[in-house]
Design a binder for this molecule. Structure first.
Ligand SMILES: C[S@@+](CC[C@H](N)C(=O)[O-])C[C@H]1O[C@@H](n2cnc3c(N)ncnc32)[C@H](O)[C@@H]1O
Ligand code: SF4
Length: 395
C-alpha cells in the first residue's frame, strides 16, 4: 500500500490507484459576498424550499452510502469540506460529517482533513471541536486586512478577525492553517496589500492562497462594474501585485508550489488540491459537487432541496462526461504547468518541445532534467504558455 502520510510527488501519482479524496460541499452562507458565484444560499434564499442544514446532513450521509456502493472498499487519503461556509454548521455537525466518512470508507493513516471557515463564524471552542473531531487543517477566508477593501468585497469580518482566528486555530492544535487572500480589488493600493501580507505573516500560518479578483458574470460586483460604480480590476496592477505577494511570501519562507498557492514546506501543501491538479480520484458529496473517478466525471444537482430529493431517489447526478484522450491531455498539460513540480517534457511531442524551448528562450520557462517549470514571468502568463505548448503539439 502507498504510504499516505508522505506527501506524494509526481512519480507516486503516476501509479495506480491514485490518491482518493472526498470533497463535501456546504451550500450555506450568512450573506452573499458581491463577487462570489459559488453554489451557496442564504437562509432567506432557502426559505420555503424545505432545505436545511439537518436535511443537507441526512442527504450527504445517503450520498456517502451511494458512493461506497460505487467505489467499493477504498480508504480516503484526503477530506475537504468546502463551501459556502462550513463553519456556519458548527464543529459538532462538521464532526458528524467526518464521522460519516470514517464509518463509510475509513481514513487512510495520516489522512489530511480540511475545512474551510469564515473568520466571523469561528471561535477557540470551534477550533478545539475540530481538532477533537479529527480535522488536521483549516482554510480561512481572510481576503484583505484593509477595511475599505473588505467593504468592496462585502465581507462581514473585521480586519483583525482572520488573523486572530488563524492564531486560535494553531493554538487549538490544527497542524496546518491557510489564509485566502484576494488581490487587485478596485481601490486596493499597494500599501493595502503590503499591510495584508504583514498581517498574514504575523499570523504564522504555513499556507497562503492568493487569487486576483475575478468579476464573475451575474454577480453584484459585475453589476456595479457595469454601472460604472467601480472600475474593473486592472491586469497590469494584478501582475505587479502578484510579484509583491510572491516576493514577500518567499522572503518569509513560504514558497510557491502552484501559481496561486504558497506553503512553508512540502508537508504544508494541500494534498487534497494536489489530487485535483495531478489526476487523483475524488468523490464530491453535496449539492452541485463534482466528482472524478478513473477518467469519468459527473456533477450533482445544484439546489439543496432538489439535491436532497434526488439523493433520496437513489442518485444526485445531474450530468456526466468522459473526457477524450485529447481533452485529458490538454488538462494535464495546463494543470501540471501551474505546479512548481513542473511539466515533464515527455508529455509533449517534438513540436511542443520546440515551443517549450522558445518559451525558455523568452524567459517564461526553466527546463531542468526533462521537466519544464514556469519562471515568475511565466507564472503571470501561465495559461498563454500552456496554450502555446498545446497549439504546437495537437494530439
Ligand atoms: C468560495 S470561498 C469559500 C470559503 C469561504 N466561504 C470564504 O469565503 O472564505 C473560497 C475562496 O475563493 C476565493 N474566491 C471566491 N470568489 C472569488 C472571485 N470572484 N475572485 C477571486 N477569488 C474568489 C476567495 O478567496 C475565497 O476565500
Ligand atoms: S462567504 Fe465565501 S462562499 Fe459565501 S458568498 Fe462569501 S465568498 Fe462566497
Amino acid at each position: 500500500m502507498r504510504h499516505p502520510s508522505r506527501v506524494p510527488g509526481l512519480a507516486d501519482w503516476d501509479v495506480v490507484p491514485p490518491p482518493f479524496g472526498i470533497y463535501v460541499h456546504v451550500p450555506f452562507c450568512a450573506a452573499r459576498c458581491g463577487y462570489c458565484d459559488f453554489n451557496t444560499y442564504t437562509a432567506s434564499e432557502l426559505d420555503g424550499s424545505g432545505a436545511s442544514p439537518d436535511g443537507w446532513l441526512d442527504a450527504v450521509r445517503r450520498e456517502l452510502d451511494i458512493a461506497a456502493a460505487v467505489v467499493g472498499e477504498r480508504a480516503v487519503d484526503t477530506v475537504f469540506v468546502g463551501g459556502g461556509t462550513p463553519s456556519l454548521l458548527g464543529a459538532a455537525r462538521l464532526g458528524e460529517v467526518l464521522g460519516a466518512v470514517r464509518s463509510t470508507f475509513g481514513l487512510a493513516p495520516g489522512a489530511e482533513v480540511t475545512t474551510e471557515s469564515n473568520p466571523e463564524s469561528t471561535s477557540p471552542e470551534f477550533f478545539t471541536g475540530l481538532v477533537e473531531a479529527g480535522f488536521t487543517r483549516v482554510s480561512l477566508g481572510m481576503q484583505s486586512a484593509a477595511p475599505h477593501v473588505l467593504r468592496v468585497l462585502d465581507r462581514r469580518h473585521t480586519p483583525g478577525r482572520a488573523v486572530e482566528a488563524a492564531r486560535e486555530a494553531r493554538a487549538a492544535g490544527l497542524g496546518h492553517v491557510n489564509l485566502d487572500l484576494i488581490y487587485a480589488t478596485p481601490g486596493e493600493t499597494e500599501d493595502d496589500l503590503a499591510a495584508s501580507l504583514d498581517a498574514v505573516l504575523d499570523a504564522g500560518v504555513d499556507h497562503v492562497s492568493a487569487y486576483a479578483l475575478i468579476v464573475e458574470n451575474g454577480t453584484a460586483l459585475a453589476r456595479r462594474v457595469a454601472r460604472g460604480e467601480l472600475p474593473a480590476p486592472d491586469d497590469d496592477v494584478a501582475a505587479a501585485r502578484y510579484e509583491l505577494i510572491d516576493d514577500r511570501l518567499s522572503a518569509a519562507g513560504l514558497g510557491w508550489y502552484e501559481v496561486s498557492n504558497w506553503a512553508a514546506d512540502d508537508a504544508a501543501r494541500c494534498r487534497h488540491n494536489l489530487g485535483y491538479w495531478l489526476d487523483g480520484d475524488w468523490w464530491g458529496l453535496g449539492p452541485g459537487a463534482h466528482s472524478h473517478l478513473a477518467g469519468a466525471r459527473w456533477w450533482n444537482v445544484k439546489h439543496p432541496a432538489r439535491y436532497a430529493t434526488a439523493v433520496a431517489a437513489g442518485s444526485a447526478e445531474a450530468g456526466r462526461e468522459e473526457l477524450t484522450a485529447a481533452e485529458r491531455h490538454t488538462e494535464r498539460v495546463m494543470l501540471r504547468l501551474r505546479l512548481r513540480s513542473g511539466l515533464p517534457l515527455d508529455l509533449l511531442d517534438d513540436a511542443g518541445c520546440a515551443a517549450a524551448a522558445r518559451a525558455t528562450a523568452d524567459g517564461l520557462l526553466d527546463v531542468d532534467g526533462g521537466v519544464a517549470v514556469l519562471t515568475r514571468r511565466g507564472r503571470l502568463l501561465a495559461d498563454g504558455v500552456a496554450h502555446a505548448l498545446l497549439a504546437a503539439a495537437p494530439v
